[in-house]
Design a protein. Structure first.
Length: 150
């Protein structure tokens, strides 16, 4: 099966029903995407498929063949971090950090669709679960990143 992951075309023999999460983590060794619940409830596994936030734990890899898959590893770089990554640091969002890659990917999708989101937009888009409860800092960081990209 041929996949486009983070701008690179890769080919692997895969079980078509294997969840995208396990392809990313176990086959591609891209461990920034996390396993949380396995039922698409928590969002720790969020990646982008053709620019849209997608819960990879319930997405069969066969359904994304030919699509652009983007993981947290290519959201930004050390030399040029994404505005959200800078805002996350400035607002001290992460505590344990486990859910943060999924949160960042969901937030990046939101900002791509709504560059100046309201609190209500953020509340609707950010359905990811953070056990540390940093939701107010997440909201502040999204607003900060929206201002930085203005």
């Amino acid at each position: 099966m041929q996949l486009n992951i983070n701008g690179q075309t890769v080919e692997h023999e895969l079980d078509p029903q294997m969840p995208l999460l396990w392809v990313l983590r176990d086959v591609m060794n891209l461990t920034g995407t996390k396993f949380g619940c396995g039922v698409a409830a928590c969002g720790a596994c969020t990646v982008h498929v053709n620019g849209q936030a997608t819960r990879s734990c319930v997405t069969p890899v066969s359904s994304v063949a030919g699509s652009r898959i983007t993981t947290i590893e290519s959201l930004g770089s050390a030399d040029k971090p994404h505005a959200l990554q800078l805002a996350w640091i400035a607002e001290q969002v992460p505590q344990c950090g486990y859910c943060q890659s999924g949160m960042l990917m969901a937030a990046a999708d939101l900002l791509a669709r709504k560059p100046k989101p309201t609190d209500e937009d953020i509340d609707q888009a950010m359905s990811n679960i953070c056990r540390c409860g940093t939701y107010q800092r997440v909201k502040a960081a999204i607003h900060r990143a929206a201002g930085a990209s203005a």
